[in-house]
Ligand binder design. Structure first.
Ligand SMILES: Cc1cc2nc3c(=O)[nH]c(=O)nc-3n(C[C@H](O)[C@H](O)[C@H](O)COP(=O)(O)OP(=O)(O)OC[C@H]3O[C@@H](n4cnc5c(N)ncnc54)[C@H](O)[C@@H]3O)c2cc1C
Length: 382
């Protein structure tokens, strides 16, 4: 059913599948109920090299191409989206940005720890009054001698309370996207206050937080990239991030398919397994086609990145389709399970709750449609 994988890619995929079946999937429901994954899973992800994928080995990474990265994120998404999200953010948004834009000192300081899982990163862009319109952010950084003093607030920050370093975006110039600069802020810096947001529909095992910055002082060496270049950095990072969200959604859809096919073969109604009822097969077939289509869209993005080609619009397409497909797949899988799909003895209810946020974060489905529409027409409809 898949395109050809190299021996190395197939081995990474198998490693990830085994890791998920041993270390993640058996615990996912319990982590979800207690609203926290086992913190030890981070170190185990580091040990197996999943927090350093695509990062050069000289900085402690495990190298590898973007298709391998997507294969791992798909498996993690099948096991637990909370864990997949921890990797997507710490590696996909933070470590990759440091590898791409950091000074030698920033790379040496953060990358080995992030790749080993001795430290986590968070990506702090969203604010209470600027979500989709991220360029309207108001957190301000003001120069004071050789330092910056940062004041403001961020919300919905994944890994916010567990991260050791925040890649944070603040306004250093005038209004609009040109006035934004990126900073790497150790989360134990005085004045940075973090509080966890509870009551999420899904991703309940993952820490999501509000950050308050009350005159947080950092040296100019904490600036990531050029002054005023922060928004471009954020957009470039999020384009790759959309691929990793989409890969996680493929994992959710595949998990739904596996669970629904298995259940349909066992559950008997009207004297035969429900798999023998045509309308149940229709549900299964729909999930299977959505899953395969989403996977191919994700792999196309990885292939473009690995060949150094432009990929942002294709990443929006993959994220839009895969996130909506994962929601449909989980909804249809619950239908196959009947009433049993509605209780948490089976994984499909959690898949639906976890999938739902993927149509919202890293650009909502509407924002992806506007990005695709702009690429098609050249007209900005934001
Ligand atoms: C669990 C979770 C984790 C998150 N993790 C992070 C993180 O780690 N870092 C981070 O920075 N952010 C994070 N976010 C924030 C997330 O990226 C934002 O929620 C998202 O960008 C949407 O912003 P908003 O919630 O303010 O919605 P809004 O921007 O207010 O949008 C509300 C609605 O209006 C629509 N809309 C807005 N503008 C337009 C337009 N021009 N045309 C058409 N429709 C439009 C949207 O599509 C949506 O349907 C997270 C969010 C959640 C829920």
């Amino acid at each position: 059913m898949d395109l050809h994988l190299s021996a190395e890619q197939a081995a990474v995929r198998q490693l990830a599948a085994d890791f998920v079946d041993r270390e993640v999937a058996p615990h996912a429901a319990a982590w979800d109920r207690r609203e926290a994954v086992d913190p030890g899973v981070v170190g185990r992800l580091g040990e197996v090299g999943f927090l350093g994928l695509t990062i050069p080995e000289e900085y402690g990474g495990s190298g590898g191409d973007h298709l391998s990265y997507c294969l791992v994120l798909e498996e993690l998404g099948r096991g637990d989206s909370a864990v997949r999200g921890i990797v997507s953010v710490s590696l996909g948004l933070v470590a990759k940005s440091i590898a791409g834009y950091g000074s030698p000192q920033q790379r040496e300081r953060w990358l080995p720890r992030l790749c080993r899982g001795d430290a986590l990163g968070c990506f702090a862009l969203t604010e209470p009054d600027s979500g989709s319109d991220a360029a309207a952010l108001t957190t301000r950084a003001v120069r004071d001698g050789g330092d910056w003093v940062i004041t403001g607030g961020k919300t919905f920050i994944t890994n916010g309370t567990t991260a050791d370093v925040a890649l944070l975006f603040a306004r250093t110039g005038g209004t609009g996207h040109r006035g934004i600069t990126a900073f790497l802020i150790p989360t134990d810096t005085p004045g940075l206050i973090r509080s966890e947001i509870h009551g999420k529909l899904g991703l309940r095992g993952q820490a999501t937080a509000e950050l308050t910055l009350d005159s947080v002082r950092v040296p100019d060496a904490a600036r990531l990239g050029d002054e005023g270049g922060g928004f471009r950095l954020a957009l470039a990072t999020l384009a790759k991030g959309r691929m990793s969200v989409a890969a996680g959604c493929v994992g959710i859809a595949q998990g739904c398919l596996d669970a629904a096919v298995g259940y349909a073969g066992q559950r008997t109604q009207f004297g035969k397994p429900i798999a023998g009822h045509q309308l149940v097969q229709q549900l299964l077939a729909t999930i299977a086609v959505d899953t395969a289509a989403a996977r191919l869209l994700v792999w196309r993005v990885a292939d473009l990145i690995d060949r150094g080609q432009p990929f942002a619009t294709e990443a929006s397409m993959a994220k839009l389709f895969a996130s909506e497909a994962a929601v449909r797949a989980a909804n249809d899988a619950i239908q196959v399970f009947g009433g049993y799909g509605y209780i948490d003895e089976y994984p499909v209810g959690k898949y639906l709750r976890d999938a739902r946020v993927a149509t919202l974060y890293e650009g909502t489905s509407q924002i992806q449609q506007l990005l695709i529409g702009r690429a098609l027409t050249g007209v900005n409809a934001f």
